[in-house]
Design a protein around this ligand. Sequence first.
Ligand SMILES: *Cc1c(COP(=O)(O)O)cnc(C)c1O
Length: 487
Amino acid sequence: MYTSTRSPLEYSDTSAVLTGIAPDGGLFVDPDVRSRAFDVSACMGLEYTAVSEKVMSHLLPGFESRMHEIVSVYPGKFSSPEITPLVKIGDDFCLELYYGPTLAFKDVALSVLPLFITAAKDVEGISETISILTATSGDTGKAALEGFHDVPGTDITVFFPHGGVSAMQRLQMVTQSGANVRVAAVEGNFDDCQRGVKEAFARFASLDEKQRGGRILSSANSINIGRLVPQVAYYFSAYSQLVSRGEIAFGEDVDFIVPTGNFGDILAGYLAKCMGLPVGRLVCASNSNSVLYDFLTTGVYDRRRPFLKTASPSMDILVSSNLERLLFYASEGDFELVSSLMAQLSSEGVYALSGTHFAAIQSLFSAGWCSEAETAETIGRMWRDFGYLCDTHTAVALAVMEKYKSSEGRGRKCVALSTASPFKFPSAVLSAIGGTPSDDEFETAMRLSELTGVPCPEAISGLKTKPVLHSGVIGIDEVVPFSLTAF
Ligand SMILES: *Cc1c(COP(=O)(O)O)cnc(C)c1O
C-alpha cells in the first residue's frame, strides 16, 4: 500500500507506478517499509536477477507474480555478467552501474519500468495510452527512450536543458528513432524542465476525460516509485558481493557514497537500509551545485543560488525532488509538515528543518561536495594510481569518499556508486588524464580509448552515423502545452 507524501489517501502499488506522481503533487511512498519484515540473508550469494526479484517483490507486491519474468530482461540488456559488478580500488569499492544499453545507472530502472507499466495496465484494467513525460539532466532521457520506444500502448516525451547536457548525451537523445517518441531541447536548465513537467501533471489532473484524449500521463523520472525500486536491488547485490568475496562478515555495516542530483539513487539506498540491509552511513556527494550538502549539514534547503553548469551535468540540479520522500520518513509521516515545507520551497525558494526530524536525517546521512578542479584531479589520480578510468559523476563520489574517510569515516568498508561510462563525457575525462581533446567528440572518444586501452562502447561510437531526428528547441513556457498535446 502506498500513500502520497502530502496526504494520507491510499493507493495500490500498480496505480502508483502508472500515475507516477500523486494527484496532490506529492510523491508516492510506502509508509510501512521500515516495519514490514524482509529476509536480507536470503539475498546473499544469489545472482543479480534473483536478488532483484526478491527486493522488488517486497516493495511492489502487486507485481510479484510477474516479477520473475520482468527481471529476466537484465542479462540480455547488460553487457556485464554480474549486471552491476563491484570493483576493488585500493581498500574500497566502486559499484559499476553503467553496463546497460545507454551506459548510465538509469538503465537499471528503465529497462524494467516499461514492463511495470504494461503489467500495471493489465492489473488495473486500463486501456488508455500511457504517455510518459520526462525531464532529464542528461541520462534519464536516453535510458527512458531506449526503454519505451515502440512499446505498444505507450508514448514518451523527453525534455532536456538546451546546452545543459554533454555532447554525447544530446546525440544519444536526438538520434532516437521510434514512432512513439518526442524529444525537445528547452531554453532553460534541468529545474525548469522538471518544474514544467510537474506543472503539466497538475494541469492534466484538472482536465476531464474528454480533454485527456484517451491518455494517462506518467513519469520516468525518479519521482515515479517504479524508477526507484529497481535501484534498491543493487545495494543488496553490492552487499552480497562483499560477503561472497570474504571482504565483510554478514551483518557488518557498509558505507555507501552516492553521487547525487535528484536524490533518487541515494534514496534507494535509504530504502535498502529501511528493509534491514546493514548500511552504515549514506554519504551524499554533490558537485558545486551543493544545495544538498548545505541542507544535510545545516538543515536549511535554499535553492536561491546560481545554477552552475559543471562537468557532471546529470547532477546539476537545485530542486532535488526525492528529498521530499526523506522528509516524509524523517518526520514519521507528517503529511502537513511535508506539504508546508514543499509550499515554502516553491513560493520562497527556501525552508528549514530542525529538531528531531533533522537529527533523524543526520543520524544516517553524511554529505560532501567537490569542486570542478577536484573532480578533474580525482579522475587523473584514479587513473595514475589505480589504472581506474572513471567518469565525472563517479569522480565526485570518489573525491567525497576520500574526504569522508579522512574526516568522519568510521573505518568501515566504503562503496562508491559509479553511475556512468567515462565515454559519455570524453572531453572532460581525456583532459583530466592529461590528453588533448579534439573539437570532434568522436575523435576525442577515440583518443581516450587509445590512451587508456579501454574500448569505446558501441553505444557511443555508433552515434556518429545516426541521423538527428529531433532538433526542436522550445521555450520554458512551451513545456506544458507541448506535454498536453497528444501525438
Ligand atoms: C542521474 C545521475 C546522477 C544523479 O542521480 P540522482 O538519482 O538524480 O540523484 C548521478 N550520476 C549520473 C551519471 C546520473 O545520470
